[in-house]
Design a protein around this ligand. Structure first.
Ligand code: PLP
Length: 316
């Protein structure tokens, strides 16, 4: 398992490559929820999501170990993060994306000088392709969550929150493959085990919820949740045991609750976050997270939104 020392090492490794993101507050959000809410603004992070933290840690290590080429398989935030950081560190990248990848997302990767290879429609098509391209050209494939250096990199958010919000009671974290939350659990629980860490998933992408209930990794078949960063079909081999050991609670939110939270955040706090991040706000606004007069950090994990889709993210 990843440990606190590895998260501290990651913090040192990536400090010059990322932003230390601010904490935002909203009096209205405090009033509505009956708690003190601290929003960790990773939507203001470089490339618009926290994914740069794990990517920077893993890509930097790969290059230090002699890699001359980096690949990833993602048209989303992970693909952008890997392309950006490899470009910053002067190494070429190829990002394998689905045949039907969104044009705006492909353009963002290309803007960071990532080469695009189109392959199939599922991650089961893309991952072997990205691994094969890496192998053929003396490169390294960087996975989105199931990798110790990626988990340790994401965990640096936990260290920042502990530093920025003294006496925090609860940290609320969206869950996809579980890299973000397992990194935060590693950073926080070894430092102060009394702090509660609570995950959030969309009801229709409840693979981690089911896996915890079944006490084994359990896959779901496709979901169409608007929280597209949380559409993974199952938790990771490395992330799941960390959740099993340390996670305090996992809350499920509906698509309507995500839309309400998205609208609230945009209208009231003026922050444009992506639906995946709105799940954390949904957990506190809906009061599905049971807490009163607590200091709660909510991780706003990313802000990459295709503005043409805005309508789909708002309540009817
Ligand atoms: C990837 C991602 C998540 C989920 O992170 P995991 O490490 O896969 O659990 C949440 N929000 C956003 C914006 C993401 O890009």
């Amino acid at each position: 398992m990843v440990n606190l020392d590895e998260v501290k090492t990651a913090q040192h490794q990536i400090s010059g490559l990322i932003h230390k993101t601010p904490i935002l507050t909203s009096a209205l959000l405090n009033e509505r929820t009956g708690n003190e809410i601290y929003l960790k603004a990773e939507h203001l992070q470089k490339t618009g999501s926290f994914k740069i933290r794990g990517a920077a840690n893993a890509v930097k290590q790969a290059i230090d170990d002699g890699a001359q080429f980096i690949t990833a398989a993602s048209s989303g935030n992970h693909g952008q993060a890997v392309a950006y950081i490899a470009d910053q560190l002067g190494v070429p990248t190829t990002i394998v994306v689905p045949e039907d990848a969104n044009r705006a997302k492909v353009a963002a990767i290309e803007a960071y000088n990532g080469n695009i290879v189109y392959c199939g429609f599922t991650s089961a098509d893309r991952i072997p392709k990205a691994q094969q391209l890496a192998e053929e050209q003396g490169g390294v494939y960087i996975p989105p969550y199931d990798h110790p250096l990626v988990i340790a990199g994401q965990g640096t958010i936990g260290l920042e929150v502990l530093d920025q919000v003294p006496d925090i009671d609860i940290i609320v974290v969206p869950v996809g493959g579980g890299g973000l939350i397992s990194g935060i659990l590693t950073a926080v629980k070894e430092t102060n085990s009394a702090i509660r860490v609570v995950g959030v998933e969309p009801e229709t992408a409840n693979d981690t919820y089911l896996s915890l209930a079944n006490k084994q990794i359990t896959a779901i078949s496709g979901t169409t949740t608007i929280a597209d960063g949380l559409r993974t079909s199952q938790p990771g081999q490395l992330t799941f045991p960390i959740l099993q050991e340390f996670l305090d609670d996992l809350v499920l939110v509906t698509e309507d609750e995500i839309k309400e939270a998205f609208q609230f955040t945009l209208e009231r706090t003026k922050q444009l976050i992506e639906p995946s991040s709105a799940t954390g706000i949904a957990a506190v606004l809906s009061k599905k997270l049971k807490a009163e007069k607590n200091k709660i950090a909510v991780i706003l994990s990313g802000g990459n939104v295709d503005l043409k889709q805005l309508d789909r993210f708002l309540p009817e």
